[in-house]
Design a protein around this ligand. Structure first.
Ligand code: NAD
Length: 524
């Protein structure tokens, strides 16, 4: 019988079945032993078929394949490998992949499209491939970089060109597997936190011992390497998965290497992790549209819970729903930031619900236009009530919470209009209110820093939001463009990294800063 035994478990199951069959033929066999064998056989058989219970439509389950296609070993192996490959890519979000299958069968080729992430690239190394297969079918995508030739040559070529990968899949016989692994690790081909998936298998039942030996050898190689850690042991289909550690646990202090915060990361965190906001509580005023909406998404994507605050509750609710759809904890709240009671209510509500406020984004603002000689006190007051008085009330209410916590980040939205006088529109009250936001930020930033509260502001140039889609401002777009070295208006997405940086501990030494993001406009 040609047997499908990709794992030790499957081999044991088949041996148990054979022993049970032999017992059944032997009448002298003790009844109790017979029952024990049958029970053990049944348990193991359920274990080998366990994966069937977790199959989904797009991931063909190894268990099902084994059951259905006992005769078709090659197909079984490839599908099983693909399942694990695809699962790993989904879990790690890898963008740059190296795939070294041990054969160029049509099913390996057809699976490539599935393995390439939408905005990623896969380099596939194959020993041989017919030209017809290369140019035909679904195989050919720009994101698939097919290299034909001996695997070692392909690897050397990749090393020479300095390629690095998030995930590497190797499917090879034992010694090749270990050689390729060593070459990949020693040449730094696996990126920081990269994952390597090693697969080897045999097709005969009597070779399961061999399988185990190979798996053990690979485990030994990985265990002996301080730069990686095994995250998935050889089990189903003899796959071993290992992850590159950011740093070996013990750093060898040689060749002038010092084990300081620069080398090992501040608090042993790499810079991208230091920008994360996991577990932080944030609010964004004017979060219902435009810049505030983009800030809410950015802070939420970085890990914070978001209270979306807007005078227009429906808009805030829509943004909160968007966030929830992305798995970000959020709540919508209505408030007019020019009203003291509204400001205190939202701050109290956030603290009551989530216990604290770590990040306060005081972003709500309005823009009104008139020649200075015609600017009414009503326009002046309205602008100042929202842009400066309202912002001050938010800073004060959130600041009190943060001062009592001993930590907090306040990020105010000012404007490039705090620095230059944008033209040709006339907006005296707006410009002056935004200059006030910068001075308020500088003053609070210096007053509260020694009690853990940092206050900074972002000054965008002209951003394409509903704020500039008014009858007065819309016709001026072309005129503004001539003043912008970057040659375009800002998009809200141009501001997102800045708010995350200012909200994160990575910017803890910054306070009272006005971060100008205007495509160079204030420099001309
Ligand atoms: P926007 O008009 O598109 O959005 C502002 C949001 O704030 C709206 O959802 C609105 O309902 C809300 N809001 C208005 N008054 C409020 C109040 N009293 N209380 C609570 N919410 C209120 O504006 P935007 O372009 O996203 O601007 C956001 C901030 O960025 C403002 O402070 C603005 O001055 C500043 N800014 C904008 C630009 C630009 O070109 N768009 C440039 C520099 C600075």
């Amino acid at each position: 019988m040609q047997s499908c035994t990709d794992t030790a478990l499957e081999s044991i199951s088949l041996y148990f079945q054979k022993i049970t069959d032999l017992c059944n033929k032997n009448a002298d066999f003790p009844e109790e032993l017979h029952t024990c064998l049958q029970t053990a056989s049944s348990i193991i058989s359920k274990l080998t078929h366990f994966p069937e219970k977790v199959e989904s439509d797009d991931i063909k389950c190894p268990g099902t394949i084994c059951r259905d296609t006992y005769q078709e070993m090659a197909e079984v192996r490839e599908h099983t490998g693909n399942t694990i490959h695809k699962m790993l890519l989904q879990l790690t979000g890898a963008k740059h992949i190296l795939y070294l299958p041990d054969c160029s069968s049509s099913s390996v080729l057809s699976s490539l499209g599935v393995l390439v992430p939408e905005d990623g690239r896969i380099v596939v190394g194959m020993s041989d491939l017919h030209e017809k297969e290369v140019t035909q079918g679904s195989l050919w995508k720009e994101s698939i970089d097919m290299r034909i030739g001996p695997t070692t040559d392909i690897l050397k070529e990749l090393v020479a060109s300095g390629e690095q990968f998030d995930t590497v899949f190797i499917d090879a016989t034992e010694q090749n597997l270990i050689n390729y692994y060593n070459l990949i690790i020693s040449s730094n081909m696996l990126k920081m936190n990269g994952v390597i998936c090693l697969q080897t298998k045999t097709s005969q039942m009597n070779s399961s011992n061999e399988n185990e030996t190979v798996a053990r050898k690979i485990t030994d190689v990985i265990n002996a390497d301080p730069g990686v850690e095994q995250i998935f042991c050889p089990g189903y289909c003899s796959v071993t998965v290992a992850k590159r550690k950011p740093l070996p646990p013990t750093v060898v202090l040689e060749k002038g290497i010092s084990n300081d915060a620069v080398f090992s990361g501040y608090n042993r965190c790499c810079i991208l992790d230091r920008l994360r906001l996991d577990g932080k509580v944030a609010y964004v005023t004017g979060g219902g549209q435009g810049i505030g909406r983009a800030f809410s998404h950015a802070l939420g994507e970085a890990g914070a819970k978001i209270a979306v605050i807007d005078i227009a509750l429906e808009k805030a609710k829509t943004v909160a729903l968007e966030l929830e759809l992305k798995g970000i904890k959020s709540v919508a709240m209505a408030a007019d930031v020019s009203k003291e009671e509204d400001v205190q209510r939202i701050v109290d509500n956030i603290v009551a619900n989530w216990g604290r406020i770590d990040i306060a984004c005081n972003n709500a603002g309005i823009n009104m236009n008139s020649a200075s000689e015609d600017t009414t006190l009503e326009e002046w007051d309205k602008t100042f009530n929202v842009n400066l008085r309202g912002l001050f009330m938010c800073c004060q209410a959130a600041g009190r919470v943060m001062l009592s916590q001993g930590y907090g980040k306040i990020i105010n939205t000012a404007s490039m209009a705090s620095l230059i006088v944008p033209h040709p529109q006339k907006q005296l009250a707006y410009n002056t209110s935004k200059a006030g936001v910068v001075k308020l930020t500088q003053t609070l930033g210096t007053e509260w820093i020694d009690r853990g509260v940092r206050v900074n502001c972002i000054s965008p140039g002209i951003v394409d939001t509903p704020l500039i889609h008014t009858d007065a401002l819309k016709p001026l777009v072309q005129c503004w463009m001539n003043d912008i070295p970057a040659g375009r208006l800002a998009q809200v997405t141009d501001l997102q990294a800045a708010v995350v940086f200012l909200a994160s501990e990575a910017s803890d030494y910054m306070t009272g800063h006005n971060l100008v993001i205007e495509g160079g406009q204030s420099l001309w």
